[in-house]
Design a protein around this ligand. Structure first.
Ligand code: FES
Length: 150
């Protein structure tokens, strides 16, 4: 194999990788392989709302249950009376909005990943990363989730 052959094979791989990523709507960061790896959780594509959102009455979330707020991209559970947990509803697999809230799990409609309602951890793939937690509080009976304004 000549140097030209090797270069052409390498560039073909680069092009194919780029095309595959473009088809999936991903960035080229996933194609590196020899960079620093980037770690986990960088970027904000799974972050849900970028400001605090009003989810309405806290009584809408059953004790020991869950509720999805797909428009606000928030999932809420109440594992114990008065204890609320909120998570981004943006699936950590490929970014679909999770709109299905079962008693103890959130389920992604696109590929069926399941996330534990009280921790956001993955209980069934293909997703591998947990749902990012959001700050949540109850004020005057209303649920407020997401980062508070400064
Ligand atoms: S996008 Fe949610 S499981 Fe694939």
């Amino acid at each position: 194999m000549t140097n030209d052959d090797q270069r052409s094979a390498a560039s073909r791989r680069t092009v194919l990788c780029g095309a595959a990523l473009a088809a999936l709507g991903l960035t080229t960061a996933a194609c590196g392989g020899d960079s620093d790896g980037g770690g986990s959780g960088s970027g904000s594509s799974s972050a849900g709302p970028d400001k605090q959102v009003d989810l309405g009455s806290a009584a809408e979330v059953p004790v020991g249950g869950t509720k999805a707020f797909p428009e606000e991209k928030v999932l809420v559970s109440q594992p114990e009376k008065g204890t609320f947990m909120a998570f981004s509803a943006v699936c950590t697999h490929q970014g679909a909005t999770i709109d299905k809230a079962e008693k103890d799990a959130f389920v992604c409609p696109r590929h069926g990943s399941r996330f534990q309602a009280d921790t956001g951890k993955v209980t069934k793939g293909p997703a591998t990363a947990p749902l990012p937690k959001l700050p949540v509080k109850v004020k005057n009976g209303k649920l407020l989730a997401g980062p508070a304004k400064e």
